[in-house]
Design a protein around this ligand. Structure first.
Ligand SMILES: Cc1cc2nc3c(=O)[nH]c(=O)nc-3n(C[C@H](O)[C@H](O)[C@H](O)COP(=O)(O)OP(=O)(O)OC[C@H]3O[C@@H](n4cnc5c(N)ncnc54)[C@H](O)[C@@H]3O)c2cc1C
Length: 438
């Protein structure tokens, strides 16, 4: 790579991260200039917005997408890259809330979304995906029988084939005495998220979508027959709009903005660890643990470690962030003491209090898909499917998300609420660890 920093630093451009340093091309999209009329205007070019635009194109429509910065600039182009079915809210809680058959329908959507992501990678799969398929969820807590029983429950509910791995077998590959029983999600993926979302946007563009970067929507007005979206240098007149701005929505719409907390989470990439990696990690699967603020990580071919975790309102950056992340890593793998970080970065997720995506229609023709924090990337793709089907053919599957509404998330105290909740959950996890593991 000639200049690893060439994509970083400029306002509206990608932040410095592993992803921006390894973009597979710098194809940009023009900024909007002038006035356009369309059936659908998608606002926000993260996974949710791009997946929505892509879904419309696959069904023969030609949407317009506005992105304030660059496609994938937000959480979608900075994240851990782990893609698997499911939601942030616990499966048993979902069943309790909506009943078993409704829950099965919800999970079916994310199973299908995983297939869609595989399909959309097409012949670029090798370039967009890392390592083999598979992601572990490992228990931090010594609760014999609990994980095994959960695997039976979730396999039946979700229609998946997760594999139970007892502690000793798991520790053969991941040498940490913090870990207990685990299960493998064999179909889960590790993506180059930024290249993926840009690939999806480019495919949608080739299919007829018009995509504009560096074109923040500054105002939305209701018209007689639909909506008018304003940017600095243009307007979009649309029958329908789909809001996909997540935690970066600002003041564009108070109801949507107030329905999620902007929760920051972080990633660190280490220097290549050469043979030292084997002292700690011998599996190429992704891993995350089951604490509220879990660590999630994977390794790269050069034996560097891609380590994610934490949430915070203080937004540490640079060396300070690297030190915080390294400290977390050494709790799990003290044998890696002395290794060096290469860089660290963070991003905001939109986090709803009920931990389920918020997908629906605010008023006729005004749609939204947000609140994917914790739930992750398959629900963004599911959202694109159900919203496009609803607009194009009146399909009502989006109503599966009706029980999870736009509840007020505590703003303007959101970040303080999020930080306090995080500390409380950390305390809870520490107490549980002390109670069960000693
Ligand atoms: C560090 C980190 C690690 C994560 N790890 C994982 C993981 O491993 N697996 C997983 O599944 N999930 C992970 N997540 C969560 C996941 O990335 C998000 O839930 C998902 O990407 C959300 O997609 P989105 O499109 O809703 O939001 P975003 O990707 O944040 O996109 C929102 C977009 O809207 C744009 N926008 C905002 N306002 C306007 C406007 N007025 N006009 C036009 N555009 C606007 C923004 O510029 C932004 O690009 C992680 C998140 C972070 C931050």
């Amino acid at each position: 790579m000639d200049n690893p920093y060439k994509h970083a630093g400029k306002k509206g451009d990608y932040i410095d991260s592993y992803y921006s340093r390894t973009l597979n091309d710098d194809h940009g999209f023009a900024a909007l200039e002038g006035d356009i009329t369309t059936t659908v205007c998608v606002i926000g070019g993260g996974m949710a917005g791009v997946a929505t635009a892509h879904s419309f194109v696959e069904k023969g429509a030609k949407p317009v997408l506005l992105e304030a910065n660059r496609v994938g600039w937000g959480a979608s182009g900075r994240n851990g890259g782990f893609v698997s079915s499911g939601y942030s809210k616990g499966a048993r809680d979902i069943v309790r809330m909506v009943g078993e058959s409704h829950a099965r329908e919800l999970y079916k959507l994310t199973n299908e979304a995983l297939d869609t992501i595989n399909c959309r990678m097409g012949d670029r799969t090798d370039e967009l995906r890392a390592n083999n398929y598979g992601h572990f969820e490992v228990s931090w807590f010594n609760e014999p029988g609990v994980v095994e029983e959960y695997v039976d429950f979730i396999n039946d509910l979700m229609g998946v084939d997760y594999e139970f791995w007892p502690k000793d077998k798991f520790r053969d590959y991941y040498h940490s005495n913090k870990y207990h029983d685990a299960y493998l999600k064999p179909q889960a993926l590790q993506l180059h998220s930024l290249n993926y979302v840009r690939h999806s946007a480019k495919t949608a563009e080739r299919g007829g979508a018009r995509i504009f970067e560096k074109s923040p929507a500054t105002e939305i007005r209701k018209t007689q027959n639909g909506w008018k979206v304003f940017t600095d240098k243009g307007t979009i007149t649309a029958d329908n709009i789909v809001m996909c701005c997540s935690a970066y929505i600002g003041n564009l719409n108070f109801k949507l903005s107030n329905a999620t907390l902007p929760v920051a989470t972080y990633i660190m990439l280490t220097e290549p660890l050469r043979d030292r990696l084997r002292d700690a990690i011998e599996g190429r699967w992704g891993v995350s643990d089951n604490r509220f603020s879990s660590n999630y990580y994977r390794t790269f071919e050069d034996n560097s470690l891609f380590w994610g975790g934490r949430v915070s309102m203080f937004n540490p950056t640079g060396k300070r962030l690297e030190n915080i992340m390294m400290k977390d890593l050494l709790v799990v793998y003290p044998q890696l003491e002395g290794i060096k970080a290469r860089l660290a970065w963070g991003g905001y997720m939109g986090y709803p209090v009920h931990k389920m995506p918020q997908i629906g229609e605010l008023e006729p023709g005004f749609w939204y898909a947000q609140g994917f924090g914790g739930s992750g990337m398959t629900p963004t793709v599911a959202a694109g499917e159900v919203v496009s089907d609803a607009i194009l053919s009146g399909d009502e599957r989006y109503k599966l998300f009706e029980p999870f509404g736009l509840e007020y998330a505590g703003k303007p105290f959101g970040p303080i609420v999020a930080q306090t909740a995080y500390w409380l959950f950390q305390l809870q996890d520490a107490y549980k660890e002390w109670r069960l593991n000693n």
